[in-house]
Design a protein around this ligand. Structure first.
Ligand code: WQD
Length: 341
């Protein structure tokens, strides 16, 4: 049964009876909305909590939408009300600021909103008796590790407030798990891109793939931030993962929390393979059917030469592996932009 999307105030209870219900906080956002859609396709019921500051109501079709800013002082009480009223069995928490450059310029906003928001969510889970929590963390917790493959055992050394708030969030999860017998997982996303459905594409032009597509649409030349790194073609290497694969990792994490054996609480989510900036731009050229000759610009401060994750733990423990290639990622991003025109 598909619930008609409806927007209610945070004081009205979501209207669900007895089936499995997941509360997706930030479910009107780019990644969150992909998870919402997968959960709905699985027949689960979904309550989206979102303040619509960067997300879109239209992305939550099929779910119940409760408009609420989780950073508000009274958010824990309102969240607990929704968890109890909807009979939520689990929470997935996405809602946070996530722009590295912005975090450097506005650290207080990141520290307050990202940390207080999560604190309210965890407090509500304890109050409402919701045990299962999946937290959106980030590869940004690692900072600039000088290793070929990043494993979860590496000690995080975030180099910007954004990454620091995600690492602190993982500590908060661990503390709440001990204090309230929660079952928690933090997923450290590597570089997410692409679109599972065109209408759920990332509308923020903040990362390499959308930046290059946006530049080309405006008749501008993409800029490569440095080509003198110690990599095969001199440009930075990252681990690009399709947003649909990433969304599926959240479903696997929920199932893991419902199981008996839970040896780990933190998982990298990536492909285990790296692509350089030039390789990504070449893939975009293939998807567009055009030759792209970028400008080589200066290095961007804070960029590690290489950030590729080991996927051993998530594969061995959750049975999850990525399925889509860089070309799949880029093609889906191109198709989404064409559909939006
Ligand atoms: C990728 C590469 C740039 C634009 C991000 C964020 C954060 C985190 C991980 C979730 C870098 C280069 C970019 C351009 C370029 N995700 N580049 N020209 O910095 O790896 O990390 O993803 O938490 O969102 O930290 O992603 O897309 O900004 O850059 O050369 O116009 O592309 O230097 O090497 P990044 P990015």
């Amino acid at each position: 049964m598909r619930m008609m999307a409806g927007s209610r105030s945070a004081c009205e209870p979501a209207r669900y009876a007895d089936a499995m219900t997941t509360l997706v906080i930030g479910g009107a956002g780019y990644i969150g909305s992909h998870v919402v859609r997968l959960l709905l396709e699985k027949g689960e019921r979904v309550v989206v909590i979102d303040d619509l500051s960067t997300g879109f109501r239209e992305r939550t079709t099929g779910a119940e939408l409760v408009e609420l800013d989780v950073t508000r002082p009274d958010a824990a009480e309102k969240l607990a009300f929704q968890m109890k009223a909807s009979g939520a069995n689990a929470v997935i928490h996405f809602a946070a600021h996530k722009q590295v450059g912005e975090s450097v310029a506005k650290p207080e906003m990141y520290w307050h909103d990202n940390v207080a928001g999560l604190a309210h969510v965890l407090e509500a889970c304890a109050t409402a008796g919701v045990r299962d929590v999946v937290f959106s963390s980030s590869a940004a917790v690692y900072g600039m590790p000088d290793v070929d493959l990043v494993t979860e055992d590496l000690t995080p050394q975030p180099i910007n407030p954004y990454g620091a708030t995600k690492y602190v969030g993982e500590w908060m999860l661990a503390d709440a798990e001990r204090a309230h017998d929660l079952r928690t997982v933090a997923l450290r996303y590597f570089n997410v891109a692409g679109a599972g459905w065109p209408e759920l594409a990332d509308t923020l032009v903040m990362n390499l793939v959308p930046i290059v597509l946006d530049a080309l649409e405006q008749g501008k030349t993409p800029i490569v931030f440095g080509n003198d790194y110690n990599t095969p073609d001199g440009t930075c290497i990252r681990d690009y993962v399709h947003v649909l694969d990433l969304a599926d990792a959240h479903i696997a994490a929920l199932e893991y929390l419902r199981g008996e054996e839970r040896p780990h609480r933190v998982f990298n989510v990536g492909t285990g393979t790296g692509s350089s900036v030039l390789e990504v731009i070449e893939a975009i050229g293939r998807a567009l059917g055009q030759e792209i000759t970028p400008t080589i610009g200066e290095r961007r401060p804070g960029d590690p030469a290489r950030l590729i994750c080991s996927t051993d733990r998530i594969r061995e423990t959750l049975g999850w592996s990525s399925t889509k290639t860089l070309d799949d990622i880029v093609r889906s991003a191109v198709e989404a932009r064409r559909a939006a025109q």
